[in-house]
Ligand binder design. Structure first.
Ligand SMILES: Cc1cc2nc3c(=O)[nH]c(=O)nc-3n(C[C@H](O)[C@H](O)[C@H](O)COP(=O)(O)OP(=O)(O)OC[C@H]3O[C@@H](n4cnc5c(N)ncnc54)[C@H](O)[C@@H]3O)c2cc1C
Length: 470
């Protein structure tokens, strides 16, 4: 008897795009599988990104430009539906010279057809950002926002899971074959999955449609069906500062000569209010190189300190992510039957993810997949939006167990809840509850709780590697 699992759609990769496509597909009567080689969602570029919901992406008429605007527009609704934190903190582009002020006025004239933007005087900017340095004026884009990318992706995964999508973690796609066997066709494709848990055992599943959301490795997946393109990795490093009152907007200087390959990074804020400077763009050979070199830290400080009149006091961490670059735009196409590439999803892929998911669904429909809505879709994605320390302070300790993390006021029951809801690694717990995020003294207690709840300890603490090389 043939016992091979058969799926309508298989998504390769549980980064932000894979999880948002899974979330959209979970609303339909379909058998959907997500295969991910890592132990949990968002462990690749999605985790190493800056967490910015970009107000715009140039050129406006490119695929990424259009999907960025649409994703930004959809974000309030997504945050509400899935229960992740999203703040429209606003982007300020400062003009530091008379020439930059002229450029700002031209930008406003051209951009205002696509995105909300206003010109601010230097006094108005100083009111919003008291630590700003010598400036002449600038532009304000109210739609720029911030999220925690791990939290956002986890919530999309959970929505998909509670609505029946299957996630197989620690399974790597190693081969894709035509689905006809002994003259009988089950699905369009057979997909060979290899276990990443040491034994390297393989299993074969069949699927009618495949969506390639494999990030840095999307070129290898595409090659399995005979499609050719090359992903060149581009590393982006960040510095995270302790300061939560230094600056409250996304800020960058108006460049006199724009950089061709990157938006240039900026002085950013996290959803928790910490200041971040970055990312830069460094060409690398190894797709897994997430080291942050001393000269990169120096470069980021040199570049972004120019916006301010003083330096932030204390850096608490550095981290890097690796962009999956193929040419100048996203590659969202169907090179062969029933197969969709969602590849080359560099910035602003986090912003665009909800719009990419809707586009992928339209493509599946055009390719003949029948999309019948389920009568009932579960929307109660728990744990609900994380409580901020401010709201937690007003709550009593009694019904939350023991206080585990004193910096973020996280209680044992909250950690247990996210484990019960599918947190699979220490990093999941860190991003979903805030525990271990700051001084790290609660780490042994969190590890103890994970052990008691049967969560396997993995080498995943974070993707911050400090490599000081002079
Ligand atoms: C430094 C940096 C900063 C950024 N900042 C922003 C930002 O502020 N705002 C914004 O909008 N965008 C930003 N981006 C872009 C954004 O992070 C990406 O566009 C987005 O995360 C891409 O998501 P993805 O799901 O396509 O890919 P990924 O996150 O790469 O996910 C792909 C997944 O596929 C899995 N996989 C790969 N091969 C296989 C296989 N053979 N079998 C099974 N699984 C496999 C991987 O393990 C991975 O989990 C930034 C990117 C970087 C690098």
């Amino acid at each position: 008897m043939d016992t091979m699992d058969n799926f309508d759609v298989t998504i390769i990769g549980a980064g932000v795009t894979g999880c948002f496509i899974a979330k959209e597909l979970s609303k339909y009567k379909l058998k959907v599988l997500v295969v991910e080689k890592e132990p949990t969602q968002a462990m690749g570029p999605t985790k190493g990104c800056s967490g910015i919901i970009h107000a715009f992406q140039l050129p406006f008429n490119s695929l990424k430009g259009k999907l960025c605007l649409e994703g930004n527009r959809l974000m309030d609704e997504e945050a509400k539906e899935l229960g992740f934190r999203f703040k429209r903190v606003g982007l300020i582009l400062v003009a530091r010279s008379i020439l930059a002020t002229l450029i700002a006025k031209l930008i406003k004239f051209y951009f205002s057809r696509y995105v909300e933007v206003e010109y601010l005087s230097k006094e108005e900017i100083r009111k919003l950002e008291p630590n700003v340095g010598k400036i002449k004026g600038g532009l304000f884009f109210p739609n720029g926002g911030v999220v925690n990318p791990v939290e956002m992706t986890f919530k999309a995964r959970r929505f998909a899971e509670i609505n029946g999508v299957e996630f197989r973690f620690e399974r790597k796609v190693v081969e894709i074959k035509n689905g006809t066997r002994n003259g009988r066709r089950k699905g369009e494709y057979e997909i060979v999955l290899e276990s990443c848990e040491g034994d390297k055992e393989t299993e074969v599943i069949s699927s009618n449609f495949i969506i390639n959301c494999a990030g840095l490795y999307a070129d290898e997946i595409a090659a399995m069906v005979g499609d050719r393109f090359e992903i060149t990795p581009g590393k982006g490093s960040h510095i995270v500062f302790e300061d939560k009152s230094f600056s409250s907007h996304l800020m960058a200087a108006i460049p006199l000569i724009p950089e061709r390959r990157t938006k240039g990074g900026g002085s950013l804020v996290t959803i928790d209010g910490n200041l971040i400077w970055g990312p830069n763009l460094v060409d690398i050979k190894d797709k897994e190189d997430r080291s942050v070199k001393k000269e990169e830290v120096d470069g980021l400080i040199r570049k972004h300190s120019k916006i301010f009149s003083k330096l932030p006091e204390k850096a608490i961490s550095v981290y890097a992510g690796v962009r999956a670059i193929v040419g100048k735009d996203f590659i969202i196409n169907s090179p062969v039957k029933n197969f969709i590439n969602v590849a080359g999803i560099q910035s602003p892929g986090l912003t665009a993810a909800p719009a990419i998911a809707k586009l992928a669904l339209r493509m599946l429909k055009d390719m003949g997949l029948e999309l019948k809505k389920k009568e009932e879709v579960k929307t109660e994605v728990t744990p609900k939006t994380l409580k901020t320390p401010k709201t937690l302070k007003t709550e009593t300790k009694s019904n939350k167990g023991d206080l585990i993390c004193h910096c973020r006021l996280v209680y044992s029951e909250e950690i247990e809840e996210v484990i019960e809801e599918g947190a699979r690694t220490l990093d999941d717990i860190k991003h979903l509850t805030g525990a271990t995020m700051e001084c790290g003294r609660c780490l042994p207690d969190v590890l103890g709780l994970m052990d008691r709840k049967g969560v396997k300890l993995r080498k995943d603490t974070c993707n911050s590697y400090i490599v000081w090389k002079d």
